[in-house]
Design a protein around this ligand. Structure first.
Ligand SMILES: [Zn+2]
Length: 134
């Protein structure tokens, strides 16, 4: 099973996490679970160093940013309201909310990009072409 392959024998606690999500959490190759997925902060490697899988075949595009905006917006908006209701000065509430939103966006983007990439990889999703329509 791919879970055991990713985690090693005896690691049953995380075995319930579906393989694409587990590979994304570890930011590893969705094919073998060993090679690093990113060559820099948000730049995917061209291929897996462990198994040679070609990462150029899948591209998550702007998808991760959409999900990050939805998640961060759902957290930052209540935070701003709570700070305002708690009586914090407006500039403090805005500064804290902006700092939190920025930090969350930066932290979540690689995770969501790795997740969408792993799901694309698993489902063999690719860009539609004219040949698909005809
Ligand atoms: Zn690999």
């Amino acid at each position: 099973m791919l879970h055991r392959f990713l985690l090693g024998p005896g690691a049953y606690a995380l075995a319930m996490i579906p393989a694409p999500f587990l590979a994304a959490l570890r930011m590893r190759c969705p094919q073998c679970g060993q090679g690093e997925l990113f060559q820099s902060y948000l730049k995917l490697s061209d291929s897996c160093r462990a198994c040679g899988a070609d990462f150029r075949a899948a591209d998550s595009g702007d998808g991760p940013a959409v999900f990050v905006v939805l998640v961060v917006g759902a957290i930052a908006t209540p935070l701003l309201f709570i700070l305002q209701i708690a009586g914090a000065p407006t500039w403090v509430a805005i500064a804290v909310t902006l700092a939190a939103a920025t930090a969350l966006c930066l932290a979540l983007l690689p995770l969501f990009k790795a997740t969408l990439f792993a799901l694309q990889w698993k489902h063999k999703a690719r860009e539609a072409t004219h040949e698909d329509i005809e």
